[in-house]
Design a protein around this ligand. Sequence first.
Ligand code: DAV
Length: 376
Amino acid sequence: MRTDTRIVNSWNEWDTLQEVVVGTAENACFEPTEPGHRPQERGLSEPRPFPTGPKPRELNEKAEEELTGLVSLLESQGVTVRRPAPRDYSVPLKTPTFEVENQYCAVCPRDVMITLGNEILEATMSRRSRYFEYEAYRSLVYKYWDEDPLMTWSVAPKPSMADDMYRQDFWTWPLSKRHEEMHNFEFCVTQDEVVFDAADMARMGKDIFVQESMTTNRAGIRWITRHLEPKGFRVHPVHFPLDYFPSHIDATFIPLRAGLVLTNPERPINSGEEKLFLANDWEFVTAPQPLTGNDEMPRYCQSSKWVSINVLSISPSKIIVEEQEKPLQDLLCSLGFEVFPLPFRHVYEYGGSLHCATWDVRRDGVCEDYFPDQNV
Ligand code: DAV
């Protein structure tokens, strides 16, 4: 039994989970082609236009079945689970600055919503088709707002998402140019407006690590920093220069418990940015290669094979891992975790795996300083 009235309280990615939102594949649509996103069907010798409008019902049902499996597993562990409100994603959008033919889905609340201590923050988002995705969570946010007097709620400024917010030629840059710009951390979104997706942040108590990416620009990180530092957080931009299309930190750099980060062997952290971790006795453990190669991912999946490491912590010693990822399960067992395998392959095509498809609202624990030595 909770002894205080706090409902919204989550300071890191690993403390014991008490309340979580699990996404839904209901009414999911194909992600439209837009200046910030060029989806491509896998396994074609000649590219053809990506489908638009609602996804086939059988696909949504298969993903929903796996999401429901996650709900059952979490409930069996005593976690309160909430679901997004139903929405029609096939509705086109027209704002004063852009139009888009359909919206996307609410499979990945992690991309949109983040709990930072007792605050719920709604991200700006970076893609037009996801501009109104927060609506799927608004009735929940109002419920928390009504029931938890200590909760605060912030909404980051909405960008215009007009044509000139994007570098439209990004998608056709030759490899040499891509390489050069990668190391300058310039991607499809320019630096003129504040842009970020919530999933580019990793929470480790007082310290929040934010990846500069296709979905989070430097202006976005500046906004997050000015918003959070007066509240006592320390915000650290991080970079993974070998990831040519970075989007969301949680298939790249995943804290498993205090002092331990799971790292992606193909995306090492930028030289120098590891120092804060090493100075504070954190360890990096390298993830094994995923069992599913890039060419075996679902046909319309836009994520990489590394969604294999997109794990969800139930507590500092219990963790959910995709059912087929045996090498990762073995590694985590050897590190002392109790591993809960769960089938989740069909969800991959909706932009992520177990961490992406959730948004933790309450974990036990308080704000801890896991990085007391900041002099690096
Ligand atoms: O590595 O392809 C996956 C996470 C997207 N929400 C990747 C990013």
